[in-house]
Design a protein around this ligand. Structure first.
Ligand SMILES: Nc1ncnc2c1ncn2[C@@H]1O[C@H](COP(=O)(O)OP(=O)(O)OP(=O)(O)O)[C@@H](O)[C@H]1O
Ligand SMILES: *[C@@H]1O[C@H](CO)[C@@H](O)[C@H](O)[C@H]1NC(C)=O
Ligand SMILES: *[C@@H]1O[C@H](CO)[C@@H](O)[C@H](O)[C@H]1NC(C)=O
Ligand SMILES: *[C@@H]1O[C@H](CO)[C@@H](O)[C@H](O)[C@H]1NC(C)=O
Ligand SMILES: [Mg+2]
Length: 350
């Protein structure tokens, strides 16, 4: 019997090998893709917000909208928006859940004419600071004292504990997601301190509940700033500083430089009260972050890792406090290091 020449057998495997390798590569690629998709889906449902490109100035996009649409005019606000029910009220605005083209929207109305300056300042800030950190503006009518914004059904951060306590949100009530919220919050402060309009201070924040009421929790579990009615400008190079309101402040939620410095026997006088800078926002960060971290398994471990940076935020000397960017970097490092040490349930599952 003639044996087949070795070349022919080799010839056969030469043809087979690429096919097998190709198949294996395809499978590996599919696996990798599947892993990436699952990872995306499980460990970071809220990070899926990234992607949509922002609209040009004067336009908005929300929810499933494909295209950017121009801000609604007075005429459109009057005829196309149906007011449903009051969902919130502060000193400046009364906020109504409303409907526009079968979408839920938030219509804010000025509460009283004395607050008109704050209302217009807030509108100006909303118009100029549109970004992923700020609630989406849909339209406004200065003549009618109305502002239309995207509606966030989970409401303000004041409701955070109640919301995360619901059984359907148990999967996001983890230290990982809560640290992400703290990063969102510091990210907003950082944005305001380095905004296109210069360094802006979040003045409407003299106590924790008030501060929390100025931010909204989105359905994707991220935070946006909503109430920009008191964002005065600091300009270090031209010596411009701020005062948050004209009244005496008390307590240790506000920064020490916001307190009347001349003792209780000297009556408060706004004219004599020194001004200050954006570092008052830094002083408040540990309290807000601690609230956001809450009391779930791992919260205290994260607090422990944030101890040093939070201590620096509480420096009596404003200039010695870190910047919001410094804090954000530290939070990111802590998230990365703990993320490696304690694999999330998702990763264990896969
Ligand atoms: N887009 C929105 N979606 C859902 N809830 C909202 C929205 N806008 C406002 N709210 C609710 O209304 C409340 C009051 O809104 P906002 O802080 O803008 O009013 P304000 O009068 O400016 O408050 P302040 O007294 O701080 O000046 C918020 O804390 C929130 O609970
Ligand atoms: C949440 O993310 C989805 C998916 O990217 C997006 O379509 C939706 O607009 C986001 N919702 C909010 C309230 O930001
Ligand atoms: C969370 O839910 C539990 C039981 O369902 C309840 O006892 C507790 O008071 C709730 N906490 C908050 C902050 O709503
Ligand atoms: C801050 O002041 C400097 C010097 O007066 C000026 O050039 C700059 O434009 C100011 N910045 C803002 C944001 O107003
Ligand atoms: Mg408010």
């Amino acid at each position: 019997m003639e044996r087949k020449p070795p070349e022919s057998r080799q010839g056969l495997s030469h043809r087979e090998v690429p096919r097998v390798v190709g198949l294996l590569l395809t499978m590996a690629l599919l696996n990798a893709l599947l892993y990436l998709c699952l990872d995306q889906f499980f460990s970071s449902p809220r990070r899926s917000t990234e992607g949509p490109r922002p609209c040009p100035h004067g336009y908005f996009k929300m929810g499933q909208m494909r295209n950017c649409s121009p801000w609604l005019s007075c005429q459109e606000l009057r005829t196309e928006v149906r007011q449903l029910k009051c969902v919130g009220e502060g000193a400046v605005k009364r906020v109504f859940l409303s409907e526009w083209k079968e979408r839920k929207v938030a219509l804010s109305r000025l509460t009283s004419p004395e607050m008109k300056d704050d209302f217009l300042h807030g509108l100006q800030m909303l118009k100029s600071l549109q970004s992923k950190h700020i609630v989406t503006l849909l339209g406004y009518c200065e003549e009618d004292n109305t502002i239309l914004t995207e509606y966030h059904p989970l409401g303000s951060l004041s409701n955070l504990e109640e919301t995360l306590n619901l059984s359907k949100y148990q999967n996001v009530n983890t230290w990982q997601h809560r640290l992400q919220l703290a990063m969102d919050y510091v990210g907003i402060i950082n944005y305001l301190h380095q905004s296109p309009l210069g360094t802006r201070v979040m003045c409407d924040s003299n106590d924790l509940p008030k501060t929390l009421s100025q931010y909204l929790l989105t359905s994707n579990f991220s935070i946006v700033a909503n109430d920009l009615d008191a964002l005065p400008l600091v300009n270090h190079s031209s010596g411009v500083f701020v005062k948050c309101g004209h009244r005496e402040l008390h307590g240790d939620f506000v920064a020490p430089e916001q307190l009347w410095p001349f003792g209780e026997h000297t009556a408060f006088h706004d004219d004599l009260m020194p001004s200050y800078d954006e570092k008052i926002d830094i002083w408040k960060i540990p309290d807000v972050s601690s609230f956001l971290l809450g009391h779930v398994e791992g919260s205290d471990m994260v607090r422990f890792h944030l101890f040093d940076i939070h201590k620096a935020c509480k420096s009596q000397t404003a200039a010695e406090r870190p910047t919001a960017q410094d804090i954000l970097d530290t939070y990111q490092k802590v998230l990365n290091s703990l993320g490696d040490a304690v694999p999330s349930q998702t990763r264990e599952m896969l």
